[in-house]
Structure formats: C-alpha cells, structure tokens
Write a protein that binds this ligand. Structure first.
Ligand SMILES: [Mn+2]
Length: 360
C-alpha cells in the first residue's frame, strides 16, 4: 500500500498516533541502511535509540551518527552505561547509500546536517520550515524523547530497561525535572517510562557529572573560598573546562547559609565568571551585566548568569595569573554593584558555621 506523503506539521497533528507511526515506517524498506543523525545530548541519544528500536528487523541496518564531540561526563556515562553504539561523523563510511533520519534537531541547526537529505525529521525545537518526506515537529513538547515514547507505544513495543532509562533521563534533562515548560504528554510519557526504567541507573547517569581531573578544582575551591555576608567567592585559576566553574558554583549553593555563589576560572584566554543565587529577590543576570558587562560579555537569568572577560582586557591587573589578585578584583566588581553597600568579610566563626552547620 502506498501512503500519501506528508508535507506539513499541521496535518500531522490531526493524525492519530498509529497513523503517524504507519507513515514513518512506510518511509523505509527492508533493503534500507538507515542513518540516525544527532547532535548528541541525552534527548538526542535516547531518541536515536528509540528510532533504532522502531526500525529493528524492518530495515537492513541502523547506524547512529553524532556530529558533535561528546565531552560532558554525564553524557559519556549515559553512552557507556546504556551501551549506545554510535559513530562520529568523521568516522562514517560516506560511500554507502543511506536513508537519514534526524532526531531532536533540524537540518539548519548544524552545517554538517545540511549535506544529508533526511527522509524523516522528528523534533521539538521551533519549526524552521523543514522539507522532508516525513516531518513531525512538535515545539510544545518538553523533549523529543516524549514524542518517541508515543511512537513506541503506538507500535506496542515494550522498551528494554536501557531504552526506557535513556528516554526517562532525556525527559528529566530537557525539562530540568519538569521545572521548564512541559506538556501533559511529557508527563504521560514519563509515567509510562517510569514503569520500565532502571531508576538507580538513571540516577547514576545523572550524578556522574564530575571528571576525575575536576577534583583538584574542588580542592582549590575549599582552600581559597571567601564567604562575605551570604556570598561565596572563589577564583579557580586556569581551568580545563569552564563547566568546572558551574559545578563548583552549584556545589556552594548547597550550603544553606550561602545565598550567592560567584565562581571564576580562566579558560581559552578568557576569564569566565559564573554566578548562582537562591532566587529570592535577586537577579544574577543583572548583577553579571552591571559588574562585568562594561568589560566583556555578560548575561543570564534571575538565578543563574555568566560573564566572560577577554584576557587582554585585564591588563590593568599587575599579574593576571595571580589567583588572589583576580579574586580580589572580582569581589570588588560585584560588591560595588550591590545595593546593601560594603559587606564585611565573614569571621572565622561565620565561616565555620556556614561549612559545618551551627556549632552546638
Ligand atoms: Mn531535546
């Protein structure tokens, strides 16, 4: 049976889940070698796993191919713990004729996608006017994994624990544990996946956000942190990855007595300053702009922000590699902008109380 080709997202919303599934599957035959193209993050990886499962025994082969380099330790552990087999685009045998499927992205999102003419595009980002034989773009969804869960359910496939865990982790990640805008459909998918997922495994993936070589920055952070009022400051010096500043800043926010955390590091000839606060009558984005916007780029939201100052703009500091000097300068910049005026540095008892809790 030849199904009419689908050419727009509006028609798609009127189709039942089963009809959508039928149309997607009708794009492929048993001789096809399928390439699932992704920009690897948890949602894209899990969605690609779901496509592979949907096409299992229906096509000749399915290869998952990522265009980015996976660096984040939690993403690396997801790939490892869920046994996801993928190839980087540079290692792909491009001579082979393949039908491409793009999930959690659209062709215009990456230069390297543009060289493929995808057979199917399934995504939840705003529609960029994708033209393909099969298009299913639902921008209101919190995750592509929720859409893929609907396809699996329409196909009456019971997901393996690893696939379910991947999709479960993807929805948690893309919705920030449902703190971001989501649909009832995301919750329904989540509820379904919960029954099949390995929850300790999902937690393990989530927790694995540290690399061994990050630990030394935690030592610097604990040795050199300065608590002033409720504000925690530390400058980590040269860091291998600016993500370290985010991890340390989030770590300090776990202290009940800390209501601001300002953590900086030097990476790629730039001073990166990461700010976090408790979200109560504070604006991290504004503070970052006021403190560092005149000398670099700065921006963010109410409770999280980031500023980047090119190294050469710091030439007024006599020794820009001196951690203490940079730390001093950052504290000055931030404290100059705060309305409450000059804050006294924390006393030893205040510091101890913050770290170890109330002394008995
Ligand atoms: Mn996504």
């Amino acid at each position: 049976m030849i199904l009419p080709l689908f050419r727009g997202p509006n028609l798609m919303t009127k189709l039942t889940r089963y009809e959508r599934l039928k149309r997607l599957l009708a794009c492929f035959s048993s001789e096809d070698h399928v390439l699932v193209l992704i920009n690897a993050d948890p949602d894209a990886i899990a969605s690609a796993m779901a496509v592979k499962r949907l096409l299992w025994r229906r096509v000749a082969s399915v290869t998952i191919c990522h265009v980015n380099v996976i660096k984040r330790p939690d993403n690396l552990s997801m790939v490892r713990l869920l046994d996801v087999r993928m190839v980087h685009i540079d290692e792909l045998d491009q001579t082979r004729e393949r039908k491409a499927v793009l999930v959690d992205s659209q062709p215009s999102h990456d230069e390297r996608f543009k060289t493929f003419r995808p057979e199917a595009v399934i995504d939840h980002h705003p529609d960029t006017g994708v033209k393909a034989p099969f298009v299913d773009i639902r921008p209101k969804y919190g995750a592509t994994a929720s859409i893929m869960t609907e396809y699996l359910r329409a196909a009456r496939i019971k997901p393996s624990a690893k696939l379910a865990t991947g999709l479960f982790h993807a929805i948690k990640t893309d919705t920030s544990n449902f703190e971001r805008k989501t649909l009832l459909e995301d919750l329904k998918a989540f509820q379904f996946l919960f029954r099949h997922a390995n929850i300790p495994l999902s937690r393990r993936i989530e927790q694995a956000d540290l690399r061994f070589d990050f630990l030394k920055y935690f030592r610097i952070a604990l040795d050199e942190m300065q608590l002033r009022g409720g504000r925690m400051f530390v400058h980590l010096g040269e860091v291998v990855n600016p993500d370290v500043c985010v991890l340390v800043a989030d770590f300090f926010m776990r202290l009940a007595s800390v209501d601001w955390s300002v953590v900086s590091g030097i990476n790629d000839q730039k001073l990166v300053i990461v700010m976090r606060n408790d979200g109560i009558r504070k604006n991290a984005g504004k503070l970052a702009k006021e403190s560092f916007g005149h000398i670099g780029s700065a921006g963010g939201h109410q409770s999280m922000s980031r500023a980047e100052v090119p190294f050469e703009r710091l030439d007024f500091l006599p020794g820009e590699t001196d951690r203490k000097l940079i730390s001093r300068w950052i504290i000055d910049q931030v404290e100059k902008r705060t309305t409450s005026g000059v804050q006294k540095p924390a006393s030893d008892t205040e510091m101890k109380k913050a770290i170890f809790g109330r002394p008995s």
